[in-house]
Design a protein around this ligand. Sequence first.
Ligand SMILES: [Zn+2]
Length: 457
Amino acid sequence: MIYDNCTVITMDPGRRIITDAAIATQGASITAVGKSDAVRAAHPGESVRDLHGWLVLPGLVDGHIHLPQAMLRGSADEVPLWVWMAERIFILEGNYTPADVQASTRLALVEMIKAGTTAFLETLILGRHDLASLVEVIADSGVRAVLPRAITDGGGYLDESPLHPGLDEPHTEAIADALAVARQVAGSEHVRIWLGPRSTGGCSEGLLRELVVLARREGMGLCQHYAMTDREKRYIRERHGCGQVEFLERLDMLGDNVVLVHACALDGDDIGRLAGTGTSVVHCPTGPAKMGSGVTPVKELLEAGVNVALGTDAAAANNGADLIRDLKWVAYLQKLAHHDPTVVTAEQVLEMATIGGAHALGLGELTGSLEEGKRADFIVVRTDGPGWVPTLNPVANFVYSTTGADVDTVVVGGRVLMEDRALTTLDEERVLAEARDAVADLYRRTGVPAPVSWPVS
Ligand SMILES: [Zn+2]
């Protein structure tokens, strides 16, 4: 197939932007990216799809999302983190049926595909969520996923705010589940299983050490919420007598198979110790901003050469899985924090959303840029709307002026997941209806009051 008549932002090492371009694909892979005339001449007789001069980019990588919380959108707005967890989200999620988990996951997948996300990392899959069945739902959708199985044994400050009994489980069962499902999907390019300690505040030091050894033995990645708030920083200092990343050094929990999510409370010492280790950080601009809990020091991390990816977090926290809508926040928060409009550019934001994300997920060889030999994971963005007039720098238009609603087509591994905004692997109308019904029933069952402030008649 040849996707012709477009402008391609390649995200290749030279960061080339090619006008009057075409992309040729064969099976799951890209066979050529270049000027339209040359690509078409090299592939006579191929089917051609005209892209009307629109923009083509690598599919976006959402480095942090919680699938089961997709249908808890709006369930805990304007409340502190501890209330968010203990009084609303964990009660609702702790009462999920297997059908609820699947309904929420499909809702998240619909929202992600419609906004151009082609790969994601979900860090908090517990026993109640049934990892094996989620793997099937995700594989059917066609999106790439890295799924660190959540593991906790308490033992930290999160003991003060334990998981709902419906979410709690022995860590030994969680580890066994992770290993069993990892073996089932071994060799898959679409779904990978990692280990997901539930933050340092939710794991004993002994468990963290055990997971480091296990990850190395099994060739798995490790992902955890880390340095989310100053409270965690104080806890590590009081409990372990060291800094946050110094603690990870002691555990040998740094490296290119390690992803730290949020990392809002990192200080200069932490960033210095992260540099050169290969560890990735995922910045979620809008969830922690909405909670008022912190901003990841993205400028300093990038300056130190640390790989940074981006995440939407959860619809229960930031109310949406449209990563494009969140992109401008990444730049704006840094410019605001530093009172400096020159820091963190649109180009750096797009790097984090594509190649940076792919690298964090361990998929950098496969995806994240449009190059010959890489997988055909790309999105087509319509440029015929007002937000694209004028288009002086397409990267700036994409990061600052558009939303996921402009994504027309999504292709993953050569497979078309959306065309003309119509999904091919999920029945959108049915998915939305099932999620609506599931949430209504969930609120009825749990007795959690609906979060409405103004009188509704
Ligand atoms: Zn999270």
